[in-house]
Ligand binder design. Sequence first.
Ligand SMILES: [Zn+2]
Length: 430
Amino acid sequence: MNKHIKDLMSFLDNSPTSIQAVQQIETRLLAKGFTRLDENESWHVKTGGKYYINRDDAAVVAFQIGSLSPMDGFHLAGAHLDSPCLKIKPESEKRHGNFSQVGVEVYGSPIIATWFDRSLGLAGRAVWREKGSKKAGKTQISPVNIARPAAIIPNAALHINRKVNDGFEYNKQNHLQAIIGDCETPADGSILKNLVAGELRIDAEQIVSMELFVYETTKAELNGSDASLLVSARQDDQTMSHAILSALLGVSKPNKTAIAVWYDHEEIGSMTRQGAFSTFLSGIMERLMMALGLDREQQLIALRNSYLVSGDMAHAFLPAFAQNYDTDYAPRINQGIVIKSNINHKYATTLASKQRFIEVCEKAGVSWQEFLTRSDVPCGSTIGPIAEALNGVMTIDIGSPMWAMHSIRETSGVHDHISLIKVLIEYYKQ
Ligand SMILES: [Zn+2]
C-alpha cells in the first residue's frame, strides 16, 4: 500500500476528535525535527528552522522558514480538524431498568441517520483533581480516548417505527440517546466517570468535568475491486489536514516560508479562538514577521506576496443523485483535485488565485477538476473566505472529491490523495 495512504488511515483511525488529531500532527512534526514555540514566550527563529504552535491542544500552526527574503511572501495551506458529530451531555446519564443511557448534543450538521446502530467509542478530554501528593487539590486537563465500542444509539425496529422508510425525521432530543451499559454496570449514575477514570488510571471521584464525544470505532478501509476507494469517518476534513501535513513534512529547504494551519470549529462557523474567524493565524504571522525583522510596511508587502490554499473535501458526482448536481461541474472520484468556485464567494477562489494554482498543478503533473453547485441550491462554505478576509492573502479553495460528506463514514479516492500531496509539495517547495 502507498505509504501516504497507510499513514492517512492511521491518522484517521487515531483522530476521533480535534484533540487527538492535534496529538497526531504534533507527533509527526516532532519526529521531523520541528520545535514547539510557546505563545506566552518571545520567539527566536532562524532561516531553515522548523517550528509549530499548539493552541489549547485543538489547533496548530507549523512552518518551515524559507531561504528567500520574508518580504517575498509565504506559502500557506489550511484545513480544519473538527467534523460533525455528537457530544455527550455527561449529567444526562440515566438508568432505564437494567441499562443506562446518555443524551447528546449535535455538533455541526451530521447526517443523523448514519449515527444509529454503529459501535461508538468515546473521546475528548477531562479535568481531574490530583490527590495524595504535593500537587493534591490541583486540577489537570487530559485527553481521553476510549477506543473500543462503549456506546450505541439503536434504531427502533421497523415493526416499532413503521414510518422509518417514509421520510421519518429523527428527533435530536428524544431519539439520540446513547446506551452505555447493561446490567453489569453500577446503578449510581457514574458509568461515564468510571470509564474515563479507568482510562486515565485515576479514581472516579477525582474527575471534575468532562467533554466527551461519541465516534465510530470501525477503522478506515480500502474499498472497490481495485481498492481505489477509501472509506472512513471524519474525512471532512482530516483527509485534507493529512495531505497538508504530509506535504509540509515532505518538503525540505523551501524557498518561501511554508506555513500550515489546522483550525478547529469550522463545522460550527469558525468564530472561536482556535477557529478560522480568529486572530490565531494573523497573530502568529505577525509575530513570525516581527521575529524575522520586518517592519510594518515590510509585513504588508510580505502579506501581499503570500498565497493561501484552503483545503476542504469536495462533493463528488454520485450517479444515483445525478439531478442534485450541475453535471458540467461535478467532479469524479480519482480524477483529480477539485477547484471550488462560487459567485457569492462562499469559496475564496478568484480567477487570479485559480490561475496560480493551475500553474502549480501543471508543474506537478496533476490533473484538476472544477466544482460549482447547481444555481438553484445554496453553496456550503470553508475556512477559505474567512482566512482570506482576515489575513488579506490571495486564496484558493480546493479539495478531494468525496461521497457522503457529513455521514459517519465518507468515501474518497486514494489516487486523489496521492495527487494532492504531490501538488502541495510542489507548491511548498517553490
Ligand atoms: Zn469541511
